[in-house]
Write a protein that binds this ligand. Structure first.
Ligand code: C2E
Ligand code: CA
Ligand code: CA
Ligand code: CA
Length: 271
């Protein structure tokens, strides 16, 4: 309680409403919060359109801050990326997600977000190998989600790291495709196992026919590159039916489940 009140005082003196200083404060606290167990993971299902079965779960981090309450990733990931503490947080997320998935009753995939600073870190590939070995998770059940902006700056290094990770048996997904400056060049330069289409494509303000044409083109491109194609942000049955008709592989979104506790644990099975 003493620590909480001094934290509240810090927040107060820096000014909760003063965005920059409280952001800096949060960023500085990331390593201590990792050590103190303040982060937790929620899991959102990824479903096959063909079978409707859940085939994977994306790990989404939350910060249960002692004073500010439950914080969404947008409130701290960008700061942690800016000050470098994302490497430590990201390693915790990776290890925790692998550990959790190894305890699930079902052998579903676990998808983990990876930031640029983690990927370029010299220790990244060994960190992934250790997370797999220490958790006992079968490598083919781990998928790393990487956004395109990460790839552009460090192309050579990243191509080699992808190859090393895929050689272990784990999978690589391109995240948020279609959200900004996606280029054909990126898709061609890297070997992705999956392409995740950003929800902005589905929820765009284009006429339905044009959205459909854009989706169709992206699907053809993904399949031409031998990647499986998942669409994010699916909220309605109408959207799901369209995507199924068009031949997409997987969907993720509020229709099939919001982020939550994830699959049942093996420990909960009756003996
Ligand atoms: P993302 O990787 O694109 O994750 C999907 C986000 O979309 C999640 O937000 C999820 O709750 C939200 N979402 C899912 N389905 C729907 C839907 O049907 N409609 C709408 N409107 N939204 C939907 P969340 O959990 O707030 O995460 C936001 C972002 O934070 C993630 O976007 C990801 O970029 C980042 N993030 C989350 N966890 C981690 C992490 O462990 N490491 C890193 N580096 N980034 C993370
Ligand atoms: Ca993601
Ligand atoms: Ca995404
Ligand atoms: Ca491929």
């Amino acid at each position: 309680a003493k620590e909480q009140s001094s934290e509240a005082a810090v927040l107060y003196s820096e000014g909760l409403l003063e965005v920059t200083s409280s952001r800096r404060y949060l960023g500085r606290r990331v390593p201590a919060a990792v050590a103190g167990g303040e982060f937790e993971l929620q899991y959102q299902p990824q479903s096959s359109l063909r079978s409707s079965a859940v085939v994977g779960w994306e790990a989404l981090v939350r910060w249960r801050h002692p004073v500010l309450g439950l914080l969404a990733p947008d409130a701290f990931i960008p700061i942690a990326e800016a000050n470098g503490t994302i490497v430590e947080l990201g390693t915790w997320v990776l290890r925790h997600a692998c550990h959790d998935a190894a305890q699930w009753q079902e052998p579903a995939r676990i998808a983990v977000n990876v930031s640029a600073a983690q990927l370029v870190d010299a220790d990244f590939v060994p960190t992934v190998a250790r997370a797999l070995a220490d958790s006992g998770l079968e490598p083919h059940r781990l998928e790393l989600e990487i956004t395109e902006s990460t790839l552009i700056a460090h192309r050579r290094d990243v191509i080699e790291k992808f190859a090393a990770i895929q050689a272990m048996g784990a999978l690589i997904a391109l995240d948020d495709f279609g959200s900004g400056f996606s280029s054909l060049d990126t898709l061609l330069a890297f070997n992705f196992d999956r392409v995740k289409i950003d929800r902005s494509v589905l929820q765009s303000s284009l006429q339905p026919l044009r959205t459909r044409n854009v989706l169709r083109a992206i699907l053809a491109l993904g399949h031409a590159l031998t990647a499986s194609v998942l669409v994010e942000g699916v909220e309605t049955e109408q959207q799901r039916d369209l995507l199924r008709t068009e031949g997409f592989d997987e969907i993720q979104g509020f229709l099939t489940g919001a982020p939550g506790i994830g699959p049942k644990l093996r420990a909960m099975l009756p003996a």
